[in-house]
Design a protein around this ligand. Structure first.
Ligand code: NAP
Length: 318
């Protein structure tokens, strides 16, 4: 069995997939995709649920996305996940897009409707990153987004937007958007403004702002923030620059770093030193996977099998 299959493999799946037992019914599409932990998350869950199927990685290039998605029903697949760089492009490739995925502007979960009649199958797109984040925060800090004042670093990226949209839909107490390219955070704030316009949500402070990534602006905001979210790609490499100066992080802060590899990023380490409560992105990965599984199978996901699979995959990486 290969660790990564290609579009060419998918085209001749009768041959390329013949060796697989149980048969492949789910896949993650990415470019690159070799690093994806999704098979280690989903395969133990499929086994625990007694479902005769396995989850594979497919290396799909941007120009192959549409034809690859169209091939899935004919090759016996019942769904897929999409990762970098396909989440936004996939919106156009779907037959139907769920409301939340449309608001987030990205699809990470595809459900193939009517697998018995492959010719007439419909592709339905969902996004489990936003709801996965919601469940992760509840699990890590025993608190709901709606009760928090939240600052999102990297609000202009795909993951940052998913998180910000979810926070807005939950009517969180306050939402501060920060992005290296400031215009992206400002544009997102305008898009989300209607969610903060209801009269009952009005108060003395502006509930939704985009601020520049500058020390004074961040210092002023962080005084009145409960949850800091890193949604940038910074932290994956040991040599990455510092996200926030140590002195800006306070003991009252909850810090959620969406990066999970390495498990203890520079932000997590300095937040711990500051006395803050911390969590990395592994829980979001777990819950977005559980929500994808709920879309595919219409029942609760076997969370403990997923959690165990992920823990083993992370331990093997270290
Ligand atoms: P993306 O769309 O490429 O966005 C990258 C973000 O990082 C943008 O906001 C970008 O700012 C910012 N950024 C990049 N380099 C920077 C730098 N040197 N200084 C400041 N900001 C910088 O990527 P993505 O898909 O949103 O993913 C972002 C991170 O979230 C990745 O680490 C990914 O692994 C993680 N993630 C985790 C989960 C999970 O389940 N835990 C799920 C999804 C994503 P500009 O707009 O200025 O370029």
């Amino acid at each position: 069995m290969k660790s990564v299959y290609t579009f060419a493999d998918l085209q001749s799946w009768e041959k390329a997939g013949a060796e697989l037992s149980p048969p492949a019914r789910l896949a993650v599409f990415g470019d690159p995709v070799a690093h994806s932990l999704s098979p280690q998350l989903h395969n133990p869950a499929l086994a625990a649920a007694g479902i005769d199927a396995q989850y594979i990685r497919l290396h799909i290039r941007p120009e192959e996305l549409d034809p690859a998605l169209r091939l899935l029903p004919r090759k016996g697949f019942l769904g897929a996940n999409l990762t970098i760089p396909h989440k936004a492009a996939a919106l156009e490739a779907m037959d139907e897009v769920d409301d939340l995925a449309r608001k987030i502007g990205a699809v990470n979960t595809v459900v193939i409707d009517n697998t018995d009649n492959a010719e007439g199958a419909k592709l339905i797109g969902y996004n489990s990153d936003g709801p996965g984040f919601l469940r992760a925060i509840r699990h890590e800090f025993s608190v709901d987004l709606r009760d928090l004042r939240i600052l999102v670093l990297g609000a202009g990226g795909g993951a940052g937007k998913a998180v910000a949209v979810q926070c807005a839909l939950e009517h969180c107490e306050r939402l501060v958007l920060v992005n290296r390219t400031a215009e992206k955070a400002a544009a997102l704030a305008e898009e989300l403004r209607p969610h903060f316009r209801e009269e009952r949500l009005e108060g003395p402070d502006e509930r939704l702002v985009a601020v520049p990534w500058e020390r004074e602006a961040l210092e002023a905001e962080l005084e009145n923030i409960d949850l800091i979210v890193n949604a940038t790609s910074l932290g994956m490499k040991r040599t990455d620059p510092e996200l926030l100066h140590d002195s800006l992080i306070r003991p009252h802060h909850l810090v959620y770093d969406m990066v999970y590899s390495p498990p203890r990023t520079r932000l997590i380490m300095s937040s711990l030193t500051a006395g803050a409560r911390v969590a990395n992105g592994l829980s979001m990965l777990l819950y977005q996977g559980a929500i994808s599984s709920e879309h595919w199978f219409n029942r609760d996901a076997p969370l403990s099998a997923m959690r165990q699979g992920l823990a083993e995959a992370v331990a093997a990486k270290d």
